[in-house]
Design a protein around this ligand. Structure first.
Ligand SMILES: Nc1ncnc2c1ncn2[C@@H]1O[C@H](COP(=O)(O)OP(=O)(O)OP(=O)(O)O)[C@@H](O)[C@H]1O
Ligand SMILES: [Mg+2]
Length: 329
């Protein structure tokens, strides 16, 4: 077993703008070395943009402010060269569609070989092949020798995702970002990939940022969870604390909206009334105010800070309901 990651990621007050739209308004993320963080939120809440910002892969015209501290160094201030060095070596990412990391024109073996040669500087072809086959075996690809000369289209979705995980692992990253890595897969394959990621996280001692819209999946894989809503992190807690004692009304609504075991298949889910504010909307107060059951005047005019709950110091929620000093109505 290798060392446990010693790298820490801390994102403070991250905002991402495109022209008049601000799809990420204020994201806060903390991943301690070797920990796993689930990033949960509805479609459009800014999860992928935040992941791409960490990787330094946002489109050039994106305007990014705040801090992305990697071991204390602000990645928003370092040169493009330093960013490139970090990418794949210290921080790697896998995507929802494995085909986006695989090139359809080249064999699996060629692509892994390229990563080992170009990114890791391994000179000797036989050593690269040996390492490549070892990586494929590690991610659960049966008969790696045979798959080495296969093209991506000859693999199932689950197998392709395993190959893209192998490529991400090639650089022995300290942090792996997995952006909805199982959404495009069948349910049984999803479970296998989740188990694979959990076990690789342990055996490689790396940190994991796991992006999903599914709170149940996040709680199965992750130590901690942050909840995104309209580009803001509205709550953070340990996975068990978030499920048993959510504090933000949005998190509570998300939990209520989950299908329960034993529900007849056709029961209407508890939906959250109203719509998510658009990225171009100028919001004065709390981002969730327009849909919140417990809203009161202050929520519409003032942005709630991240209030820490007294019984769980690791938990915060951006909600005046838990402001220890404020009015609650
Ligand atoms: N290149 C871009 N230019 C302008 N707006 C963008 C761009 N990329 C994303 N956005 C906006 O940012 C919003 C958030 O995008 P993001 O992809 O981060 O959401 P997400 O939380 O990953 O959603 P999903 O669960 O659907 O993947 C989108 O709704 C879109 O309006
Ligand atoms: Mg996304």
């Amino acid at each position: 077993m290798r060392r446990v990651s010693s790298s820490k990621l801390e994102i403070r007050n991250l905002a991402i703008r495109f022209g008049r739209g601000t799809p990420v308004r204020n994201a806060e993320i903390l991943i301690e070395p070797g920990q796993s963080l689930g990033v949960v939120g509805e479609s459009g809440s800014g999860k992928s943009l935040t992941s791409l910002a960490i990787m330094g892969l946002l489109p050039e015209h994106a305007e990014v402010t705040g801090e992305i501290l990697w071991n204390g160094q602000d990645l928003l201030k370092v040169s493009a060269n330093v960013r490139r060095e970090l990418r794949g070596r210290e921080i790697a990412m896998i995507f929802q569609d494995p085909m986006s990391s695989l090139n359809p024109s080249f064999t699996v073996g060629f692509q892994i070989d390229e990563v080992l040669k170009l990114r890791l500087g391994m000179r000797e072809a036989s050593a690269r092949r040996e390492r490549g086959l070892q990586l494929l075996a590690e991610v659960g690809i049966p008969a790696p020798h045979e798959r080495w000369s296969a093209y991506p289209h000859q693999l199932s979705g689950g197998m392709s995702q395993r190959v893209s995980i192998a490529m991400a692992l090639a650089g022995e990253p300290e942090l792996l970002i997995a952006d909805e890595p199982t959404t495009a897969l069948d349910v049984t394959v999803q479970m296998q990939i989740l188990e694979l990621l959990s076990s690789l996280k342990k055996s490689h001692g790396m940190s994991l940022m796991f992006v999903t819209h599914d709170l149940a999946v996040a709680s199965r894989v992750c130590d901690d969870i942050v909840v995104f809503y309209a580009g803001r992190t509205v709550e953070r807690a340990s996975a068990s604390q978030l499920l048993s004692r959510p504090r933000h009304p949005y998190t509570k609504a998300l939990l209520r909206a989950r299908p329960q075991p034993g529900d007849p298949a056709r029961t209407r889910l508890n939906v959250i009334e109203g719509i998510v504010p658009r990225a171009s909307e100028d919001i004065q107060g709390c981002v969730f105010a327009s849909r919140c059951e417990s809203v009161f005047d202050r929520c519409r005019s003032e942005i709630p800070s991240r209030f820490v709950t007294s019984n769980a110091p690791n938990q915060f929620a951006s909600c005046f309901l838990i402001d220890p000093t404020g009015e609650k109505k």
